[in-house]
Design a protein around this ligand. Sequence first.
Ligand code: ADP
Length: 424
Amino acid sequence: MTLRIGCTADDFTGGTDVAAAFRRAGLRTALVFGTPDDTTALPADCDAAVVALKSRSTPAEEAVADSLAAQRWLWAKGAAQVYFKYCSTFDSTPRGNIGPVTDALMDAAGATVTLHCPASPPNGRTVYQGHLFVHDQLLSDSPLRHHPLTPMTDPSLVRLLSAQTRHRVGLVDWTTVRRGVEAVRDAVTAHQQDGVRHVVADALTDEDLAVLGAAALELPVVAGAAGLAEGLGHAYPATGPAAAEPWPRAGRAAVLAGSCSARTLEQIAQFYAAGLPCLHLDVLAATAGRDVTGEALAWYDEQDPALPVLVYASASPEELAAVQAQLGVAEAAARVEELLGALASHLVGRGVRRLLVAGGETSGAVTTALGIRAVLVGEEADPGVPWTYATTGHGELALMLKSGNFGAPDLFTRALRTDTEEAK
Ligand code: ADP
C-alpha cells in the first residue's frame, strides 16, 4: 500500500500535532523526524506520513530546500497530495518562511492555486474576513505580538502572505464557506482564473474546516495548521476503522524531562505527590566530571520495576539561570540533552518499554540517541500528545514526546498507569 497524503511540518511539535490530527481523522499515520532519505523506513500500511522539520525560523533558502526534499520523499512513497503544516498563529517573519515554502512546494507540484487556513478552533484560533483571532483578540493584539523570534503585529492573513510571495493572494469568506463544499470550490476556481495563487479561507468551527478539507481534496498542495489537516483527512474515503493500537500499559515505564516549562514543572510536582520514584539530575556535577549517568542507572536498578520512574534535569527559572550563568545557555542545553539522550539509550537497554519525554528539544535529543527516524502515531493521552510506536535495537518501544507546555498536570501518572491500577 502507498501513502494517500504526505505532510511537511515546520517544527517538531507541530509535526506531532498534525500527525495526531490525521490519526483522529481515521488515517494510519507515521511521523518522521527530520529530512528523510533512502534509508528512512516507514511503518507498514500508512495512509499518511508527516515529516517534522525545523524550518519555521531558519533562513528561507534552507527551509525551502528541506521542504522540497521532504516533498520528493513523500511523493516517492506514493503521496499524491502534500500538506504544509505551519503554526495556528501563522508564526513567520515579514519575508517568510510560509510564503516561500508554499510557493516552492506548488512550483515543484505544478500547482497554480492553493488553499490556506491556520484556524484551530479548539485552541481559540479562528479566521474571519481573513483576519486571524486568538480567542477574542486579533492576532496583533494577542501576546503573539511579543513573540521573541516571530512577533505578529498584523492580523490580516492576506496582507501577511502578500508580503511573503510575489503572487496574488485572495480570500474565500465565511459566508461562502457556510454555503458548502461546492461554493468553496467554485470560489477557489474563480480566484484561480483571476490569477490568484494563494487563497486564504475563513473558518470559525471544525465543521467549516471539514468543508474546506473536502473542497481542497484535489489540490496538490494545501497549507495551514492541524485543523485543516483533520478536515482534509476526513475527506479521504476511509480505509476502515482507525488502527486501534492499545494504550500501552505493560513494560517498565520511565519519564525523562528536560523541559523547564511551567506545565512540565507541574507534571513533575504531581509525580512526586503521587509518591512515585523521582531523581533530579545535577547538571553542574555532571559537567564537573561526576558520573551522573552511572549514578542514575544505579538508582534506577534499585527501584520497584512495577512503578514508573521520573528522571529530570528540568529546573525552576532561578536554578536554570544559575546553571546558564556558569555554563552559557547553549553549552548548558547541549550538556543536558547529551545526558538525557544517553540515559534514554541505557534505560531502553535495561528494559524500559514505555518512555515519556518532556520537552521539544529534549525529544529531538532522545530520538536521535535512540536512532529513531520514524514512528507510528497512536492514541492521544491529551490533545496533541499521542503515544507513538517505534522499533529500536531492543525491540518495540511506546514513546510519548511532548512539548513542554502540553498535557494536563496529571499526564505523567495517567499516561503511565498500569492495567492493575486501572482496574482499582
Ligand atoms: P520545551 O518544550 O519546554 O521548550 P525543550 O526540551 O525544548 O523544552 O527545551 C528545554 C531546554 O532546557 C533544553 O535544551 C534542555 O537541555 C535545557 N535544560 C533543561 N534542564 C536544564 C538545566 N537544569 N540547566 C540548563 N539547561 C537545561
